[in-house]
Design a protein around this ligand. Sequence first.
Ligand code: MG
Length: 197
Amino acid sequence: MKRIFLDVDEPLADFVGAANTFYGVDIPKEEITKWELPYGRYGKTHNSFFKDLTEDFWADIPKQPWCDELIDFLESQDGYSVCLLTAPAHNNATGKQRWIRKNLPKFYNEKRYLIGPAKSFCAGPDSILIDDRGKNCDDFIAPPLGFVGGRAIVFPAPWNHRRHCADPIKEVKWLFGLITGRSSLLPEHLQIKGVVR
Ligand SMILES: [Mg+2]
């Protein structure tokens, strides 16, 4: 069985939208074009921005509209098992655990989640990471400590190089097809005719 590690914030949970609501601002996601948020526009510094987010904030972040479709797609891939992989920050691990229990109870009950910052330690020849942070994907493919890496899909978001993708789920599906050799998942003009995968 091969492994898919799936990030939570952005691929599954609308962190940016929830932060806008929490701080009473309206910063369009498209304007966040680099990894660090424009903390000043929230009237915060990096530290105060995260320190002031409550456990309930993390537990109550809305699901992304595509969350269930993404989970269903990945869960339907024969030979792969899916595990959530989310990094905690500023004492929010309990809030993240509550989010998983509430929104994806199957993953909570089956203990298919990891809350930890060392994402690249999950890398390996049979592992795929799906994550909106480009650096996490780079480190998963070529772990900084030199152990054998895995493969990764950068989940499209305005703050990474896939920002121009109109449909993130469509993008993930064909990227998954590309890196796993599952030709039927590719756009029709790229499918290998006569090869059954
Ligand atoms: Mg993320």
